[in-house]
Design a protein around this ligand. Structure first.
Ligand SMILES: [Zn+2]
Length: 442
């Protein structure tokens, strides 16, 4: 930290560990069902308490009982500038304690790591932001522009009860916000002792969930039958599952692959990017899904009795589209599925993409380099989705920047929603120092 803690108060780098631990102790499992999801209100009230203690007022907004999000505004020295939104979600995906080495909601500190569901997705960032702004308040630091803090519910189930609810019903809370940072980016990937890539998210794929419906003639299972809805659906689903869409390199992915290949000394052929991707080790699975549209069958529904041929059968396909390709994906898919099958959207959120340039990107890069001279920030595309999809609807330019320096041998992407999720304590403290510099300089 460039400033010192006020007398009798811990510094932000000390406090971040306690705050992250407190948050990990609150079970905020999001089951996708309001009746069984829990803890978001407790977590939001905890954050409100931490902010109130240093004199920051916050607004709590509830989309359904217990599904609570928090928004707070910290005034900057130049109110004429657009505000920066800093957002993190409070919910986590459920965890099965029997699979873990420690209890997933015990906030255990062991071997230099804080363990628990949400340790990297994303109570680590929630805690870093709190630690930084608390220290600022205590020492009289004011940011250059307004900072809007958003702690959301329901990100892990698509954000209808969190970020999308806030944007639909309480958009005035984000007045003046022009740019945003949140997950999933800012983490390091070690090339060697002197060089670490920091993947900054500038794009994320769109979400196009489709349901296929096959219709046929209902009948008795013992008879000869040539119009069976289950057969027709199964054929279509199998074709979709085996289909591979053509490679399309968007500006973000192309830049990423060019830069990373050069740094790693790998040959990059734009006509065959998979050759280079295969050599990327642990980040290959992050990048692999961002060079084409994808469609994965995930659910099947048909029938009600062993000897009755149903008149209808349905399947769900989880499609993810590259920026600007949602319509094309549907067209391509219709060709694969054939004319007999009906297609409907159950959920659709367009992809998000911005450019890797400008003052905010410069501030991220400068903050990373100041704390890690071996840092090389590179833009990348996330194949999944985040709350950025909601905030982008307000015209806000969104980045994934939750800075975290990781040990070279940690398989970071496997920890997302994984067993034994944990965050290195020194990585958390690194994140606090980078965020403090970045937010002061943004
Ligand atoms: Zn997350």
């Amino acid at each position: 930290m460039t400033s010192h803690a006020a007398p009798n108060h811990p510094s932000a780098t000390d406090e971040v560990v306690d705050i992250c631990r407190d948050l990990l102790l609150i079970d905020t499992s999001n089951t996708g069902d309001n009746a069984t999801s829990a803890g978001e209100r407790v977590a939001a009230e905890y954050v409100a308490g931490q902010l109130a203690e240093v004199g920051i007022t916050s607004e709590l907004r509830e989309s359904a009982p217990g599904r609570t999000s928090l928004v707070a505004r910290i005034p900057g020295t130049d109110p004429g500038r657009g505000a920066l939104l800093v957002h993190g979600h409070l919910d986590v995906v459920p965890a099965d304690a029997s699979e873990w080495s420690v209890h997933p909601f015990s906030g255990e500190l062991r071997d230099g790591y804080l363990w628990g569901r949400g340790a990297i997705d994303m109570k680590d960032f929630d805690a870093m932001v709190l630690a930084v702004v608390r220290q600022w308040q205590r020492t009289g630091v004011r940011p250059p522009r307004d900072i809007v803090l958003a702690y959301t519910a329901d990100e892990e189930a698509g954000g209808d009860y969190g970020a999308h609810f806030l944007v639909d019903r309480h958009r005035e809370l984000f007045d003046g916000c022009t740019e945003a940072i949140g997950e999933v980016g800012g983490f390091s990937y070690s090339v060697n002792d002197d060089l670490r890539l920091y993947l900054i998210q500038t794009a994320e794929k769109g979400l196009d969930w489709l349901r296929l419906h096959a219709k046929g003639r209902p009948g008795h299972g013992s008879m000869v039958h040539d119009d069976n809805a289950v057969t027709a659906l199964a054929e279509a689903v199998a074709r979709v599952g085996r289909h591979s869409f053509p490679v399309v390199l968007t500006p973000t992915v192309r830049t990423f692959l060019e830069q990373v290949s050069e740094l790693l000394g790998i040959e990059f052929d734009p006509n065959d990017p998979e050759l280079a991707i295969a050599k990327l080790g642990p980040i290959a699975n992050i990048v692999g899904a961002t060079i084409r549209n994808t469609a994965n069958p995930t659910r099947l529904e048909a029938g009600y009795k062993d000897n009755v041929i149903p008149g209808r059968a349905s399947a769900t396909i989880d499609c993810r589209s590259l920026p600007g390709q949602s319509e094309l994906l549907l067209e391509q898919l219709r060709q694969v599925i054939g004319p007999e099958i009906e297609v409907e959207y159950t959920h659709r959120q367009p992809a998000v993409e911005t450019t890797f340039d400008g003052d905010l990107v410069d501030a991220m890069s400068a903050a990373l380099r100041a704390e890690d001279p071996g840092a090389r920030p590179v833009p990348y595309m996330l194949s999944g989705g985040t709350d950025a999809k909601a905030f982008e609807r307000l015209g806000i330019r969104c980045f994934g920047f939750a800075p975290l320096r990781l040990p070279a041998d940690l398989n970071f992407s496997a920890l997302f929603h994984g067993i034994d999720e944990r965050v290195p304590v020194d990585g958390l403290q690194f994140g606090v120092r980078v965020l403090d510099r970045f937010l002061r300089g943004s």
